[in-house]
Write a protein that binds this ligand. Sequence first.
Ligand code: RB5
Length: 144
Amino acid sequence: MKIAVGSDHAGFELKTYVVEWLRKNGHEVVDMGPFSEESVDYPDYARKVGESVAEGSSNQGVLLCGTGIGVSISANKVKGVRAALACRPEFATLAREHNDANVICFSARFTDRETIAKSLENWFAASFEGGRHERRVNKIEPCC
Ligand code: RB5
């Protein structure tokens, strides 16, 4: 799969780990930056990744910032993106199975490498279950 990856300065180091993990596991990676630890604004990178997924240039996305919250909020502003913050590996499975999430977000400051690797493993092993979950996902729309 083609995976767009982005972060802010807080997520930069772990982004490098994620990019390596994805490549090692057979995925094509589009690294959307940043490319140093210089301070940047997370909405800029979340938007790049979100748009890449929404327009179909990438199949899915991975985003990291200090808490993972900023990139989640930002990516979810892009129409067609369902970004899920994975605090533990089970969240990654359920985000795919129940929410048909297409972007996974991590906290670089509160998540260790082992948790991220297991979460990515779960994410790619899981698929959307449809059925009642499809009805619910279809109701996720901007309302005002
Ligand atoms: C940057 O210090 C920090 O605010 C950012 O990485 C993120 O945690 C925001 O949600």
